[in-house]
Design a protein around this ligand. Sequence first.
Ligand SMILES: NC(=O)c1ccc[n+]([C@@H]2O[C@H](COP(=O)([O-])OP(=O)(O)OC[C@H]3O[C@@H](n4cnc5c(N)ncnc54)[C@H](OP(=O)(O)O)[C@@H]3O)[C@@H](O)[C@H]2O)c1
Length: 483
Amino acid sequence: MDRDSRIFVAGHRGLVGGAITRALRNAGYENLLLRDRAELDLSNPEAANTFFHENQPSHVFLAAAKVGGVHAKRSKPAEFIEENLRIQNSVISAAHRHGAEKLLFLGSSCIYPNFIEQPIEEHSLLTGPLEETNQWYAIAKIAGIKMIQAYRKQYGFSGISAIPSNLYGPGDNFDLETSGVLPALIRRFHEAKVTGAPEVVVWGSGKPMREFLHVDDLADACLHLMRNYDEDDIINLGCGEDISITELASLIGNIVGFEGRIVNDTSMPDGPPRRLLDIDRMAALGWCAKITLTEGIKATYQWYIETNRTEGEPNGTRTHIEKVPPTRGKISDLSGILNRTAAWRADGLRIGFANGCFDILHPGHISLFHQAQAACDRLVVGLNSDISVKHLKGPGRPVNDEKSRATLLAALGDVDAVVVFVEDTPLELIEAIRPDVLVKGADYSGKTVVGADFVQANGGTVLLARLEEGHSTTNTIKRLTSG
Ligand SMILES: NC(=O)c1ccc[n+]([C@@H]2O[C@H](COP(=O)([O-])OP(=O)(O)OC[C@H]3O[C@@H](n4cnc5c(N)ncnc54)[C@H](OP(=O)(O)O)[C@@H]3O)[C@@H](O)[C@H]2O)c1
């Protein structure tokens, strides 16, 4: 893998894919191919095949998967086995078919048999029964490892498989329905601290021993393997130490600053008594983990607080923790938008631009955004400021102020960024953003679209989006105000 390699990080918005993407960028790899699930559903073999055909990735980090904690795995066994089989089959097969030089597949320590000698050596795979809740996920992962080995045997394909222990870090999933034990404990201790709850309940006896690897260490290990390892054998990735759930809870409680009691709910299952990976193979390749558990949990807690903080509130004072709202980060000023569009462009993404007052959102707008999104990779919406709407439409407008209008736009799945502009037309904004696709409703003609000449002169296109009949802001306002 060299600086010019075309590197596909599948699942780049996930915990692992995000960390691998950061590590690649930090190491100077710029030619990254990144697609989220809405753009490329990897469980669809045809979509995966077309993507590989069109983009010819040379190196693939396969970090897209259906992942979850005990609760999720117990309640959705069919989804865990089927989606993982689909994703890995599509990607491995397309990578081979389109000549990828190398692919790294990720298994998980839970694919090893339930009761097994510790630390777990790689040759223990398939030597005993699997843990019941995990078996569906584990069978899919084992099938992925075997598929890679079969492709190497039959086609000489350079696929490698790594088996990470439990991972944690910035970007982790803190949804209590689906998260793993470490982020769930961070969230429960934090919520108990801010609500003044006297106790935190920890599932199970607290006796099981578990190993945790920081995801930035994992990403570093994945790059190390991609550069230095090309063999059939699976390879464990861990930190080499484990900790009981009771010790983990107490460590997290101290870091968070929770002063109440920790109580065990022994009606909840414990899972396997111990799960520590033998990391001799990785050590022999010259790699070891660097981030201690205490440092890693502190950084993860910090990230959790920052990501869940409401603007204006100091860290850690919220009484109710919500998931990150879908609007967060989408609304920016011009310099923020230019930073984002530069990063998207560097990733090879096509940028679309639409603009308007969007006083009252109606299905015509939704359809326009949808058509716009289909014609580009990232859609920026320029929103007329309150002053400019008043100037253009009269003193009774806008119906909703610019903050409300921006918030509604940013909540739409088809909109990737929103920027408010004060001028009457978005020309300056268009010249700054330099969109690849300029979108306007088909009631305009190519000649009357502001910025069309500029965009076309710079190699871009103008899309006149089909109108939805029967929807208009002016008519809606007339209806509302006609008595
Ligand atoms: N987390 C751990 O503790 C752990 C431990 C050992 C091994 N691993 C392995 O590491 C890999 C990544 O795990 P993770 O923790 O990073 O999971 P994650 O945070 O849930 O990320 C998974 C990523 O896969 C994407 N994805 C899922 N289905 C997809 C589809 N059909 N098409 C395209 N993308 C899809 C998701 O996209 P959306 O965001 O759109 O859903 C998400 O970005 C998995 O193979 C897992 O087995 C994880």
